[in-house]
Design a protein around this ligand. Structure first.
Ligand SMILES: *Cc1c(COP(=O)(O)O)cnc(C)c1O
Length: 416
């Protein structure tokens, strides 16, 4: 099938409504959107055959690069059998195997139960609903509030957006359906009425959508201790930080913290298919046993999609085959060095293989830099005037240099 890309662009402008996108400038005749047609490793190719480094891992999802033969083989082999079957009343081998492997990534954690869903937002909503129901079923009816952090981001569905502390992303989803209290520092915890709080939710180590804001070291541990002392359950939103991004497999491991719920999504399938998990302890799970009315009545049509589970098994296989975590340390060190040498920036915040590079300048400067970066072969998306760099973990030292050189040229161009 010959592809007439300019025709397809006209068609898409006529019919598609893009996420997080003001549609007037998008549909403007002068705007030529990139159509990404293929990818290999850290590189993406557009409709004109131009190649770009995938500087934000395709919105924080990709782990081992695009078109990885192992992940493709896992997906293909599953596809030959069956693509999807219902998880309501049935089960399947990829889900069983994946649950086993996930639990054994952190054998000491006690996070022994895996609840499947489709994306980060639903993984969070499942955790919140489990937390409320847990307290109700263990006789603690007063805990009707969730503790969240200012500037937090936990997804876009109404329930997940209610937790968020970022106005832009919340839209009209303002504390929909349940009570949320927000704090910004550990010191504020002591002033709270803990007896009405069901759970606390945090993005461990680093708040992503807030512009890559780093927590003070120790805050996560302090929160864990406060939660344990107060009977509050801890939800770790590792949707962004999971699977090596921060330099350890999970961000919680930096502070030896074990949450009561661990939410994983973006990188779970290596960035190939939508799939999420909410992991929890036997203690939480046990409160849902017994009388059928105690069950967790929640789920989606595509829960535990077989292809998604196969992709996630492929993702974990590559971690083992390529010893990804072993090779990561030298990349993380170089990534930090390169971020520190950028000129013309106000701040460069780094956590593992995640960087938030803050520019000082007028509104729109971040977008201008990202547009210029495209010309130099780098794709990423800004958060306001913060440029996000978060390459796939398979990035080579040479590709890291190429990526930072492209960003420096883009910053220089935009500031000139
Ligand atoms: C992306 C993200 C989510 C939401 O995940 P979706 O798959 O987009 O619904 C939740 N929490 C964090 C920290 C995220 O980065």
């Amino acid at each position: 099938m010959p592809e007439d890309f300019s025709q397809l662009v006209r068609t898409e402008k006529r019919h598609i409504w893009h996420p997080f996108t003001p549609m007037d400038p998008w549909c403007d005749d002068a705007h030529e959107p990139l159509m990404l047609v293929s990818g290999k490793g850290c590189w993406l190719r557009d409709q004109h055959g131009r190649d770009y480094i995938d500087g934000n891992s395709s919105i924080w999802t990709n782990i081992h690069g695009h078109s990885h033969p192992t992940i493709l083989a896992f997906i293909r082999s599953q596809l030959e059998r069956v693509a999807h079957t219902s998880f309501l009343g049935f089960t399947h081998a990829p889900a069983a195997q994946l649950a086993h492997e996930l639990v054994h990534l952190m054998p000491e954690s006690g996070l022994n139960r895996v609840f499947y869903s489709d994306n980060g937002s639903t993984a969070i909503e499942a955790a919140v609903r489990m937390a409320f129901q847990y307290h109700r079923q263990t006789g603690d009816h007063l805990r009707n509030t969730i503790l969240a952090f200012e500037n937090g981001y936990h997804g876009d569905t109404l329930g997940a957006a209610s937790l968020g502390g970022l106005g832009l992303f919340k839209g009209v989803a303002n504390d929909f359906g349940y009570k949320v209290v927000r704090v910004s520092r550990a010191e504020q915890l002591e002033k709270l009425n803990a007896s009405e709080i069901a759970a606390a939710i945090i993005e461990p180590l680093i708040q992503g959508a807030a512009g890559m804001r780093l927590w003070p070291p120790g805050l996560l541990k302090q929160l864990r201790e406060w939660c344990s002392a107060s009977g509050v359950l801890l939800i770790a939103d590792e949707v962004m930080t999971g699977f090596g991004r921060t330099g350890k497999l999970f961000a919680c491991q930096h502070e030896d913290v074990v949450p009561d719920f661990l939410c994983l999504a973006k990188g779970l399938t290596g960035g190939y298919l939508p799939l999420a998990v909410t992991m929890t302890t036997d203690c939480i799970f046990d409160a849902f046993r017994g009388d059928p009315s105690r069950a967790f009545y929640y789920g989606h049509s595509y829960t535990a999609n077989q292809l998604g589970c196969a992709a996630a098994l492929g993702n974990l296989q590559v971690f083992r085959d390529e010893q990804t975590m072993l090779h990561l340390a030298s990349k993380v060190a170089r990534f930090g060095e390169l971020a520190a040498t950028l000129s013309g920036v106000a701040d460069a915040r780094v956590c593992g293989m995640i960087a938030g590079i803050e520019l000082s300048g007028p509104v729109g400067l971040g977008a201008k830099v990202c547009l210029a970066a495209r010309e130099y072969g780098l794709l990423t998306r800004p958060i306001g005037n913060v440029i996000v760099l978060m390459p796939p973990l398979c990035v080579s030292l040479l590709e890291l240099e190429t990526m930072f050189a492209a960003l420096q040229r883009a910053i220089d161009t935009a500031l000139a």
